[in-house]
Design a protein around this ligand. Sequence first.
Ligand code: SF4
Length: 203
Amino acid sequence: MDLNEVKFNLEKRGFKVSLFENGKEVVSYLNKEIDNTTVGIGGSVTVKELGLFDELKTHNTVWWHNDNKQALEYGVYAIRCNAANTDIYISSVNAMSKDGIMINLDATGNRIASTVWGHKKCYYIIGVNKIEDDFEKAYNHVKNISAPRNAKRLNLKTPCAVKGDKCYNCNCEAKICRTFMIYEAPSKGQDIEIIIVNQTLGY
Ligand code: SF4
C-alpha cells in the first residue's frame, strides 16, 4: 500500500493528513498537539492498543467509556454525554478505500455523531490494515472483519460473535450493525485530521 498516495487522495478531499510509521510516534505527536483541553474518545480498539487515554489524561480532561475504571465511576451513558461535549474528539474508522472514502459502523451512534459535528477538532487514527483497494472491499471489511470481531470482543449475543468470522445478516436484539457513516469529505466547518499509521491497529 502506497501511503503517500492515500495521503494525497485524502488531502484532495479536504482532509488534513499526517503519516506515521508506528503507534509510538502517534502518541508522541498527539501528546504535544492535545494539551490542557477536553477530550472525548469513541469506542476504539486502535486507541486502546495505543494506550492513548492513559497518556492524554495526565494533562487533559479525557472522557472514554472504554476505560473500565472511569466507566465504573461515572457510568457509560454519562461518559458518552461528556465525551460529546469536548473540544477534541478522537476515533478510528472501521475501514477506508485507498481513494480516501472512510466508513464507520456504530451500534449506539455516539461515535458517528461526534465525528461529524460538535467538536473544535477531530482526529481519526487509522492503521494500515484498515485500508482497502476500493469502497466495496472497505465495506466488506467493515461487515466481515470489523463487526464480527467487535461483536466477539464484546461477547454480544449475535451469530457473528461465536467465531468472529463473518456477518450472518442478523436482525437480533444485540445486532451491532445499526448506523453506517460514509465520510467522503470533512463536514462543512469541521477541522478533521486523519492520522495514518503504517502499523496494524484495531480491526
Ligand atoms: S448484521 Fe448481525 S451477524 Fe452481521 S455483523 Fe452485524 S451483528 Fe454480526
